[in-house]
Design a binder for this molecule. Structure first.
Ligand code: ARG
Length: 595
């Protein structure tokens, strides 16, 4: 049940009844940070009051002198509607004119019970049934080690896949590998040179060799510009299907994929399809033909471009030397995806440095009639800042992700030692914990922030058991599990148990209710995160829940209370654990039963 939507509708209806239909009232309906202001609060009366002119509108009597009066009027209307709606227990007006809604205890505990009955499905829904989304994420360029530059795309993209699947959508996660383009001309050229001069064997190349060769090529071009021409020739040969070029290119692909698979395994990331740029090689001519049919392609000195109304720089499909472009392959991918999957949305989880590329791309895709408006989304994430020092290599200054992850795992081990956790675990278990905590911490530190902002990579804030950090949330989960493990068979599983046995005899206190009141927002937060492409909403929700639970844990006894009180507290603990687990899993973060 979508409470926010229901309440929103009720408010709109109340406004209509009060004669506001002709105005557009742009109000908010939010979850207040402070639970003292209810479970939802709206500013509708304040917004509407500005529109309200007693002289011209006689439907409201003269007694409405301020927003608070209007809030009371709205509530009168709301009460009539909401009485049929047992979810809201109370609606009140508070100065200067806010309206606060309180969820009923019955609804709170029905939700808590649902969380323990549906378990891993709690928070999900079937709203996306029958709809497809394509998510383009990770998409690194091959022939070099996986760099930190693709970390954000990889983990935000994976989180978006998880979130949309959880909401019932069919998700196609696509790794649009950068495995084609002029850089392969440069690599082929350099490899061929070195085969001669260094007796290099293509079969023995490593990913680091490939990275080095590419850097060296550019150093040598400085001295010998003719190499550039040579490289272009090699890319041309590759595009024309030259056997030798293809053979060496395939070796580069294989070396890279072996590396990338290791990283994806470490990160627990997977794709439904891996259709790199090379997949579209035979589909580019079709796009050019479409553009010719539409009469929008322009030839200038061998290059093929499309002028986009309102955009100064034309989009380049084919360069003057005949080489096809990244842009053209992206157009081919849009056409292919649309035809193959008919998605509701095509989401690109790619850095903000490509905003202009996608701006042009989406415009041209529409000019070609490939897609309807609003289907294409670029979730343009900010940069990772603050990493450097010993992690940056001298070569090309890229920071290799594997080194970062190794350091995270090492630091997780240190943290456990310092904090005195994991003491009772075997060495093997400790290693496993360090891996899950270290990787989880790196993911969380990214996902807790809005994708659009830059993130500062600060080890001290990433690997800590305090504050808004992955290990803190994992620790809270393990704490819940530890509490629950001391109580063998948990009793209450039916609605009747709670509704008829516990609640009538035991009035939950404010702190107990507070936990239930937060958990009630989980489903809504997941939807909001999908709608706004912001996994950070889930992360911050989980942080809030953890804080509230830990406060509760520190202030109240759970075990040993006995009776209904103990049972209720255990029930809440179970619900917190389930919610944390589901939420962290959506973020691609594993939980630990013991830490
Ligand atoms: N390979 C590109 C890069 O590393 C990212 C590709 C993103 N996806 C796309 N469809 N353009 O910059």
């Amino acid at each position: 049940m979508d409470i926010k939507k229901e309440v929103g509708e009720a408010i709109k209806k109340a406004l209509e009844e009060l004669g506001f239909s002709k105005f557009k009232i742009d109000f908010s309906l939010e979850q207040p940070e402070n639970l003292a202001y209810g479970d939802y609060a709206t500013n509708v009366a304040m917004v509407a009051f500005k529109r309200f002119r007693p002289k011209t509108d006689r439907s409201l009597d003269e007694k409405v002198k301020n927003p608070l009066d209007l809030a009371r009027k709205i509530i009168e209307k709301l009460n009539k509607q909401l009485s049929a709606f047992s979810i809201i227990a109370k609606v009140e007006a508070v100065p200067p004119g806010f309206i606060n809604f309180y969820l009923s205890q019955d609804y709170l505990f029905t939700t808590i019970l649902r969380s323990i009955v549906v378990k891993e499905k709690f928070g999900g829904s079937q709203m996306g049934k029958g709809k497809t989304v394509v998510i383009d994420y990770s998409s690194p360029n091959i022939a070099k080690p996986f760099g930190i530059g693709h970390l954000r795309s990889t983990i935000i993209g994976q989180a978006l896949c998880n979130i949309y699947s959880f909401l019932g959508y069919r998700v196609i996660g696509d790794n649009h590998l950068g495995d084609w383009g002029t850089q392969f001309g440069a690599l082929l050229c350099q490899i061929k040179l070195k085969i001669k001069s260094e007796k290099l064997k293509v079969e023995d190349l490593t990913i680091n060799d490939l990275e080095r060769l590419y850097v060296e090529f550019h150093q040598e071009v400085e001295k010998n510009p003719d190499l550039e021409v040579e490289a272009r020739k090699w890319f041309k040969r590759l595009e024309d299907g030259d056997e030798e070029a293809e053979r060496i290119w395939q070796i580069m692909v294989d070396i890279s994929m072996k590396e990338f698979k290791r990283i994806y395994g470490l990160l627990g990331v997977s794709f439904d399809v891996v259709l790199g740029e090379s997949f579209y090689v035979d589909k580019m001519a079709g796009v050019i033909a479409d553009a010719q049919d539409k009469g929008i392609i322009k030839e200038s000195r061998g290059a093929k471009v499309i002028n986009i109304p309102g955009v100064e720089t034309p989009a380049m499909l084919v360069k003057s030397d005949g080489a096809t472009t990244y842009f053209l392959r992206d157009l081919a991918a849009i056409k292919y995806r649309e035809k193959k999957w008919r998605p509701l949305l095509m989401i690109y989880e790619v850095g903000a440095d490509q905003i202009f590329h996608f701006h042009q791309l989406f415009a041209v895709a529409r000019m070609l009639g490939y897609l309807s408006e609003g289907k294409l989304i670029h979730v343009a994430h900010g940069m990772v800042r603050g990493l450097g020092g010993k992690l940056s290599t001298r070569l090309g200054k890229t920071i290799h992700l594997e080194a970062v992850l190794a350091e995270a795992i090492g630091r997780a081990e240190e943290l456990a030692k310092k904090a005195g956790v994991s003491k009772n675990l075997s060495l093997r278990e400790r290693k496993k914990v360090a891996k899950i905590v270290g990787i989880g911490a790196v993911k969380y530190s990214d996902l807790k922030q809005n994708p659009k902002t830059d993130v500062i990579f600060d080890w001290d804030k990433i690997l800590t058991l305090e504050g808004n950090a992955g290990p803190y949330l994992q620790y809270t989960y393990a704490r819940c599990k530890s509490v629950l493990s001391k109580k063998e068979n948990l009793f209450l599983s039916t609605r009747d148990d709670v509704m008829k046995i516990i609640l009538p005899k035991y009035q939950p206190n404010f702190d107990e209710l507070a936990i239930a009141r937060i958990i009630c927002h989980f489903e809504e937060v997941v939807k909001e995160a999908a709608k706004s492409f912001s996994p950070n909403l889930i992360a911050n929700f989980l942080y809030d829940l953890s804080q509230k639970y830990n406060n509760f844990y520190n202030q109240h006894r759970i075990l040993g209370e006995g009776g209904k009180k103990e049972q209720l507290r255990l029930l809440l603990t179970l619900a917190v654990a389930q919610t944390l687990k589901n939420g962290l899993n959506l973020l691609g973060i594993d939980v630990l039963e013991k830490m």
